[in-house]
Design a protein around this ligand. Sequence first.
Ligand SMILES: Nc1ncnc2c1ncn2[C@@H]1O[C@H](COP(=O)(O)OP(=O)(O)OP(=O)(O)O)[C@@H](O)[C@H]1O
Length: 658
Amino acid sequence: MGTVTVVPEQKPRKPEGDEDLRFVDPTGSRERAGRSIRTVDMARRLPALVRRSLGLAWRVDKRAAVGLLVCQAASGAIQALGLFAVSGTIGAVLGEGDTYDRLLAAWPSLATIGAAAAARAVLGIVVNWLSSRLGPFMSREAELMLLESATATELAAYDSPGFNERREAADRGAQTAQDLVTQGQDLIAASASLIASAGVLAVLHPLLLPLLMAASLPQALAQISAARVHYLSQLEMSGNARLLSILRWHVSDRYAADQIRTGTMRPFLLAKYRSITERINRVERRAVDKGARMALVGAVCGGMAATGVWAALVVLSANGRLSLAHAGAAVFALQTVGQSLRGLVTGGARIMRTGLYWDDWQDFLQRAGGFRSTLRRGTLTPAPPRTIELRDVSYRYEEADADAVHGVTLTLRRGEVLALVGYNGSGKTTLGKLLTGLYLPTGGSLCWDGVATGEMDPDALWAQVAMVPQDYARWPLTARENITLGQPRGGRPRGGSEGAGGLPPGEGEAGDAAVREACAASGADDVLAKLRSGLDTLLARDWLGGQELSGGQWQRIALARAFHREAGLLVLDEPTAALDPLGEYRIFAGLRQLAATRAVVLITHRLTNVATADRILVLDQGRVVQQGTFDELVDEPGLFRDLWAYQHERGTAGEARG
Ligand SMILES: Nc1ncnc2c1ncn2[C@@H]1O[C@H](COP(=O)(O)OP(=O)(O)OP(=O)(O)O)[C@@H](O)[C@H]1O
């Protein structure tokens, strides 16, 4: 006990061989922290944690924070008063005179004991009330801070190893904020009670307090060890419990229900679930057994030590060094000290655990702060770009062995449709994200009208970008909000508040006319016609009270979303993958018109569609290997002609190549 084990920060372990589903502690910090729950660390960390919990309370509600402290201090003082009153009562009861006189003499102390107990009960209720009011408020505040941080980070942060795990851990940390307040209060209450009763003991006889402290030590140490075992097993189990909840979602959610049935996966999935459950059971059994053994040792040692204290009490009374009244009060004080010590140790272990989760929250906020877009970029506001120029642009994902995009040089002009084609993983999407400024190049330069994207204010830059990614969001919002993204044209932004006269802001004629125009261009007008309340229909799963759309219908909405945006650059990544032939035809027939006022980048595997493009860039392993018009490339030996042949001549390209 008392030593601090320092384990260096570890990277998530990558399993070797047959990879089983396992929870990975992103930094190893939890395990390290769990192993370091020792007496010295606890003594050092606890005051800091209590301070932190009070600091949080102070930030959310200063009056409540002060109220909590005052109540706890008052409760401790009243407890001391009550214990002294016990001594007075016993002294009066054992004193001279007949029973009536002795009871008469005892009643003021008895009344004090009763009043003290009542006052402490009321104070306990007030403390409970204040911390219950503060706790959820603080958790919500912490969750909001987490969202603010996460949405302000560079997109590249999400590719950074451990970032997503940290974000998840922080989410749980935010939820524990409320426990930190209540546990902090429990700890303060236990400390106040300990100080009060220890003070009483010290006044009754100077030997009693050190004796009791020494006697309580074995049990306290046993409890700290048990808490450590408990925390480590909880840690191991919580990872598995999270796995179970993820599996439960996959197994029972509607999205995979058809595949589970047609894939006859039920026995396989249930067996997997059971095997993780057994892992949890094993860990739990081991921890419970070990905890019970420690409790037994602690209880035996504690029992022996307590016998010693009681014996000392008897000896002191027999020798006349302690009056009977004081001895009686000491009995109560001893019990209170024991109780407070136990509360301190178990409460301490609990707040240590919560503190570890809370650390995850703080850790994420710090890291996310380092990834903040505004920290890394400039403040210029771009106009819709006339030219986008790339010089020898490369991009390498963090920890990747090779560039995803390498040495790309090109100029894209307003009014031009540029198509990107190539095998899976050739870097098309990454290049699209570079053009839109979502990623900043790791090599070379990328400028909009001569200004590097990194010099611009990120939000001002993205105001000029409309994008349909491969995996577009299906927001559980109304059809209108799904298209305007809360930024209607010709109207005020929709912030959830209703406008004057009952008309929601932005829902004026100008706003809706632009939405309908975008819907007509994307084919979402057909979708709208079938919705029960048109643009007002909530597009969400039925259990959220909404109306669900098909995959292709959602893609039409996602396209309308991009067309609605008055942006100088439009990037379409596989925009028609889910559309029927008519829907697809409409998009490509309208593309030229869309390009009149903007630059358009089209990423697609359907090569017939790229005939509409002014220029086609063929990518292979992140490099541009060919570029030209459709007519030029289809006749030229090379990757494009091979891809065309695979798609249209059923593999004769292989022979042609050979
Ligand atoms: N977030 C990421 N982190 C690390 N590597 C990534 C990430 N996203 C993509 N890559 C890698 O970068 C390379 C290019 O990926 P990209 O998504 O740009 O290809 P693509 O041509 O769009 O592929 P597809 O046709 O399948 O959509 C691939 O090797 C891929 O594994």
